[in-house]
Design a protein around this ligand. Structure first.
Ligand code: HDE
Length: 701
């Protein structure tokens, strides 16, 4: 074994040295300082271009151990993708506590104000395969692993606070129905097909979730602008053993934002990695994404008087009824070193809780506690997945579990069982005072396969959600139902779904029926009548909880030769000062010559930089440049899409030829802001901070 004796991380071995890399890994280094390629056995490789063969033209020899080892390893590179949430993206960061929560929990990570706990977070879509596109209309996973001083806590949540089903036994059916149909293997990464709508229209309990997934919650602008939820009711337990119920929330610092459906469709083509690139770019540029952890805390008395069963995962507790206490912040400040090692191999398990956090009898949660551990064994191939760096607790692990595939960690000494009589050398012992203890909830009753009566109201909160949306958001929900159901070939499925919507809201059902060109069917029989007295909850709307600044948003600036140099730099400086990222979109990526003779490099060629990539756009072309851009379909699409997606458009009057060619001149409304000179830039950005000019969607067709 080579020791590090030099103090600078390298050791001389004659003409060969060993050096330690940034990650602590060692390299053999040749005389010129370049790391030497080796086999997996550490043998230096002389030729990695040619297999060993007889003569110049073969045949190849089985003796070529380097070739066989290299291909063997390659053949085994893939592991099974996650059965759901296959496509995801992760990052490292920390959680920082605002104030001690020892009044409600003994969990160590919630004990000391200001203390930071390391975290790893993985965001995901649910239905698509690993290679699907980021902007699929889908629920987003929001899974957080806290590496606390008393072990790992995994809060495996979604960006929607309710779920489709009330009992874990229905999960395989739900997922089978949502994913690609088994005979044809499509459609991928979308619920717009018969099987999905067949299942959910036969499962009224999914109605509340359907309202959420048909809303713009399922097409977020990026991970940074979405909320997260633990969904189930959990328990916190304090040092005296007292229990408090809790629902967990993640609130994005920069507000909520989604894209519109037509934009999502185009984004999937323009940049299928839109969300993962956004997260990577934000962290790499030092603009660290941030959320606050919120808790809705309540006791048995509240649970008993609440309108719905707090164990039912298809229900929320409105924030207006039970405020969210913000207890700390989550900051993502480090991208992964290696996607596979970390994002793919991270293994979240809902059963991973720490002393002071406990489960309730939510039947979905109970089922999940089995499923996650089980699936990790299938996916990662060994019970020793907990030893992988991304999964390993930062607190010491000491027990008598041993061996198995890829066992890396082991105990020294003779004792591998307990109790034993080897004294201190005999290894770890239980600690009743510090150890995890289950909250001793009282349970009684006959064993039966039954759904509780208290879970029977499937429509009241679906209606409450719908009525809590703005007019624009309600329109998006209706449009989404029409789009998805139009992709169902079977008329009875479409009809049954609309019949269910009549129990939510008559106007919604009528709009969807009209959009599908079908008569309004009779309402589905409901187990419970829909309550019409639930107050609206503004917290459920994206648009009412949108950004308060331009921080984290992106501006695309379309330029041409002759673009006004001082205006271009004024726009960039002012936008960057407000925390925006600016990209220059040019006829060629080589850039343009500015009015003052200087060059401005392009970040995107206009064909590869459509306006869907940006929150706001500015067209700063010269008159001559605009005439040339007017001939490019991609440039015309740039402005027509910006208009259609209700974006704020800054423009110079010189660019008129482009707007003319795109047919936009008669449509230029308040969402278009003239940038006659640099003095107009603040007004443009002020308007841009509202992100969209929704009035365009409200005009009668
Ligand atoms: Fe999951 N879910 N789930 N789920 N889930 C998985 O575990 C499961 C549910 C969620 O980034 C799987 O490691 C069952 C609700 C996220 O690695 C699997 C049920 C919520 C992730 C599994 C549910 C989630 C998963 C697949 C119904 C929101 C991705 C791969 C009882 C609170 C974690 C894996 C990551 C992943 C089972 C329902 C969130 C099979 C049985 C509700 C964010 O174990």
């Amino acid at each position: 074994m080579v020791a590090d004796g030099s103090g600078d991380g390298s050791v001389d071995l004659g003409d060969q040295a060993v050096q330690r890399g940034a990650g602590g890994e060692t390299h053999q280094v040749a005389g010129d300082g370049v790391p030497v390629l080796t086999t997996a056995q550490g043998v230096p490789v002389a030729d990695d271009q040619n297999t060993l063969r007889v003569g110049a033209r073969g045949p190849a020899l089985l003796e070529d151990a380097h070739f066989r080892e290299k291909i063997f390893h390659f053949d085994h590179e893939r592991i099974p993708e996650r059965v759901v949430h296959a496509r995801g993206y992760g990052a490292h960061g920390y959680f920082e506590l605002y104030e001690s929560l020892s009044d409600v929990t003994r969990a160590d990570l919630f004990a000391r104000a200001g203390e930071r706990t390391e975290v790893f977070v993985r965001f995901s879509t649910v239905a698509g395969n690993k290679g699907s596109a980021d902007l699929a209309r889908d629920v987003r996973g929001f899974a957080v692993k806290f590496y606390t001083r008393e072990g790992n806590w995994d809060l495996v949540g979604n960006n929607i606070p309710v779920f489709f089903i009330q009992d874990a036994i229905k999960f395989p059916d739900l997922i089978h129905a949502a994913k690609q149909e088994p005979d044809r293997g499509f459609p991928q990464a979308q619920t717009a097909h018969d099987n999905f709508w067949d299942f959910v229209s036969l499962s009224p309990e999914s109605t509340h979730m359907l309202m959420w997934i048909m809303s713009d919650r399922t097409i977020p602008r990026s991970f940074r602008f979405m909320e997260g939820f633990g969904v189930h009711t959990f328990r916190l337990v304090d040092a005296q053993g007292r229990s408090t119920y809790v629902k967990f929330h993640w609130k994005p610092k920069d507000g909520l934002q989604s894209v519109v459906w037509n934009e999502a469709v185009k984004l999937n083509g323009a940049d299928p990695d839109f969300h993962r690139r956004d997260l990577w770019d934000a962290i790499e540029s030092g603009s660290f994404p941030e959320w606050e952890l919120g808790m809705q805390l309540f006791d048995d008395e509240f649970a008993d008087r609440f309108d719905f069963d707090v164990l039912d995962p298809t229900k929320i507790i409105p924030e207006e009824l039970l405020p969210v206490r913000r207890v700390g912040r989550l900051v993502l400040d480090r991208v992964v070193d290696n996607f596979f090692a970390e994002t793919e191999q991270v293994a979240f398990c809902t059963q991973n809780v720490v002393p002071g956090i406990d489960f309730t009898d939510d039947p979905l949660l109970q089922g999940r506690n089995f499923s996650y551990l089980d699936t990790q064994l299938k996916r990662l191939g060994s019970p020793n997945f907990t030893q992988l760096p991304v999964n390993a607790p930062r607190s010491a692990v000491d027990n008598f579990q041993q061996d198995g595939h890829m066992a890396y960690r082991h105990r020294r000494g003779r004792a591998n069982y307990e109790p034993n009589s080897w004294g201190a050398a005999g290894g770890p012992r239980e600690d009743p005072a510090r150890g995890f203890t289950t909250f001793p909830a009282e349970v009684a009753g006959p064993k039966r396969r039954i759904r509780p009566e208290s879970f029977a109201d499937h429509y009241s909160q679906a209606r409450q959600f719908f009525l809590s949306q703005t007019v624009v958001e309600r329109k998006h929900i209706a449009d989404a139902f029409v789009f998805e159901l139009s992709k169902c070939d079977e008329e009875p499925i479409r009809s049954r779904m609309v019949a269910g919507l009549r129990n939510v809201d008559e106007d919604l059902a009528q709009t969807v029926a009209d959009g599908l060109g079908m008569p309004l069917p009779d309402a589905l029989p409901a187990a419970r009548p829909t309550r019409t007295d639930l107050p609206v909850s503004p917290a459920l709307s994206i648009l009412q909880n949108g950004p308060t600044s331009l921080s984290g948003r992106k501006l695309g600036v379309l330029v041409s030769d002759g673009t006004d140099a001082s205006l271009a730099s004024a726009v960039r400086e002012a936008a960057e000062a407000q925390g925006m990222t600016v990209e220059i979109v040019a006829p060629t990526v080589g850039g343009v010559s500015l009015s003052d003779g200087g060059r401005l490099a392009g970040d995107q060629k206009v064909d590869g930089g459509p306006s869907v990539l940006y929150d706001t756009v500015a067209v700063l072309a010269s008159a001559e440049g605009a005439a040339l851009l007017a001939k490019l379909p991609a440039a015309r699409d740039f402005v027509t899409d910006a208009y259609a997606h209700c974006k704020i458009v800054g423009y110079v009057p010189d660019a008129a030829a482009l707007f003319d060619a795109a047919g936009l001149t008669p449509l230029m409304d308040d969402g278009f802001v003239a940038l006659a000179d640099p003095a107009a830039v603040p007004a443009f950005l002020d308007r841009a901070s509202q992100l969209r000019h929704w009035e365009r969607q409200l005009q009668p067709a």
